[in-house]
Design a protein around this ligand. Structure first.
Ligand code: ZN
Length: 419
């Protein structure tokens, strides 16, 4: 059944097996139904009465959780990955359940990132912000573009102008452009004054133009996010990382990236657990530049945490949803009244071991996606080539499933059908 109608009014989600809040401290909510009104979560409870709802989605006992957030991509100003020459990678991420992405700085042919050009860097950030205000990849993805790359010569007025234009992200410092404290500390101060969120690249340089940033420089930056603290893709020495973990502002966040060093991520997780700071871990992809893209990247990070680091799966999901929303002040990433209804139904794979997606995660089995919802609209029933789920959703009493191999792998759920 093609999903070819936009829901109007109220939408009820019922028969939820486990409702994962995305809030690290709340974990699984004691509820089995969610009511959505005009794209916003309006009620959460057990056995909510949906007789008056305009549409009802039966998730048939599956796990429901918030849409995932990827806070680390190096994008162009369209849906193109120049390194791998892939198109529609953002749309692909959306269909796998990543409903929100944040830029770490735009770059592409003709507008290189690593230039000593403060005017060009400012213009690129404002332009990208404008583009993604008007462009939602796959028709629905929330893409926060326009992260400014700091350049020598920027003055306070530049940050005021960018903030007035809606720019609020500083691209990872050290990923290109100025990064030495004597050059960037005044800029970081201006950025914070005008409400920007600041990110610092951690570890060895990744590619030409990026810089080695270890504890001395990173701690001087005092960023909101220590980006790819497990290396992007090669990690810093443990002693250096431990210093960051010990001396950073405890309100700051540390990020693991999918293409980073997983052994180091495990070690950091154990240390953060001892400190009681797992609610300050977030996941990023560092794609499509940065050693390749994978639309399952944030989800895989959560599975690894649950399978290998003894993090309860609902808290591992929070590291890819609610923790990130807290870091950036986004009104998504949690199942909570008043939040944007960006919601997934996920399930154990067909014929796989385990009763539901959370059990699958603890075994490092990839879960499948049976529904991606953005702002209360169903936008996908699966990722391209995603794992088939054991269960399916039903919309207004009609089961939505795909049993044709060609449909399964390649479509026809083009976003054109969804508008
Ligand atoms: Zn980086």
């Amino acid at each position: 059944m093609p999903i070819n109608k936009r829901f109007q009014g109220t939408v009820g989600i019922k028969n939820i097996g486990k409702l994962v809040s995305g809030d690290f401290h709340k974990g699984i909510l004691p509820a089995d139904s969610v009511l959505i009104k005009d794209g916003i979560i309006a009620d959460i409870g057990t056995g909510l009465d949906f007789h008056a709802a305009d549409h009802v989605i039966d998730v048939n006992g599956m796990v429901v959780c918030p849409g995932f957030i990827d806070p680390h991509v190096h994008n162009t100003v369209d849906d193109y990955g120049p390194m791998t020459q892939t198109v529609n990678w953002m749309e692909c991420y959306l269909w796998y359940g990543i409903t929100t992405i944040l830029s770490e700085g735009e770059q592409g042919p003709g507008y290189p990132r690593f230039f000593d050009d403060p005017l060009g860097a400012k213009a690129t950030a404002i332009f990208a912000k404008r583009v993604f205000n008007n462009f939602r990849p796959g028709g629905f993805m929330k893409f926060h573009g326009g992260a400014v790359v700091l350049q020598k010569g920027m003055v306070e007025q530049d940050f005021k102008e960018m903030a007035d234009a809606g720019v609020w992200l500083v691209a990872e410092i050290g990923g290109g452009g100025a990064y030495l404290p004597e050059d960037v500390l005044p800029m970081i101060e201006w950025a914070k004054k005008y409400g920007f969120k600041v990110s610092t690249h951690i570890g060895p340089s990744s590619i030409p133009g990026s810089s080695p940033v270890f504890a001395d420089i990173a701690l001087a930056h005092n960023p909101h996010k220590y980006a790819h603290i497990n290396g992007g893709s090669v990690a810093a020495p443990w002693a250096d990382i431990k210093r960051i973990l010990d001396e950073r502002d405890p309100q700051s966040y540390v990020e693991f990236v999918y293409v980073g060093n997983q052994k180091m991520a495990d070690r950091i997780t154990r240390y953060m657990a001892e400190k009681g700071q797992l609610d300050k871990i977030v996941f990023g992809s560092d794609t499509p530049t940065g050693q390749g893209a994978n639309p399952n990247c944030i989800q895989r990070m959560a599975m690894r945490m649950a399978a290998f680091d003894d993090v309860p799966p609902e808290q591992a999901i929070a590291m890819g949803t609610g923790n990130t929303a807290d870091l950036f002040g986004l009104n998504t990433g949690k199942i909570e009244v008043g939040r944007e209804a960006d919601i997934l139904a996920i399930d154990v794979g067909q014929d796989a071991v385990g009763q539901d997606a959370l059990e699958a995660m603890t075994m490092d089995d990839t879960f499948g996606v049976a529904m991606v919802m953005v702002d209360g609209q169903v936008v996908s029933l699966k990722g391209r080539d995603g794992r088939p789920t054991r269960r399916y959703i039903a919309i207004d009493g009609e089961t939505t499933m795909i049993d044709n191999i060609n449909e399964y792998l390649f479509g026809p759920y083009h976003p054109g059908y969804l508008r």
